[in-house]
Design a protein around this ligand. Structure first.
Ligand code: HBI
Length: 96
């Protein structure tokens, strides 16, 4: 089943509940930067997100430098933002 790209209105409505996430200028993705106390805490968080990604079959574009994790969510199959990104952002926020 094709994954539908969110309309601009759907996107804006969904982001109203995701205050920590920034919408890219091209509206194709959302991003959040999270800082932890140390590398171990950051990597533990990444491990938990990785398990969520596998359970959802939806994977972040992310980078880690020591205690900081920079996460970007977009749906490659939809060519932009989909409900999967919104759902994943909510699950990530619930870990923090
Ligand atoms: N993750 N972010 C993201 N976007 C996708 O389109 C995507 C994915 N993980 C797995 C996945 N698609 C597979 O369903 C397809 O590659 C078959």
């Amino acid at each position: 089943m094709a994954i539908e790209k969110l309309t601009e209105e759907e996107c804006d409505a969904a982001l109203a509940d995701l205050d920590e996430w920034k919408l890219a200028d091209d509206r194709q993705s959302i991003s959040r930067v999270v800082k932890f106390g140390d590398f171990s805490a950051a990597f533990g968080f990444m491990t938990r997100v990785a398990l969520i990604a596998e359970s959802m079959d939806h994977h972040p574009e992310w980078s880690n430098v020591y205690n900081t994790v920079d996460i970007t969510l977009t749906t490659h199959d939809a060519g932009g933002l989909s409900n999967r990104d919104i759902a994943m952002a909510g699950k990530i926020d619930a870990l923090l």
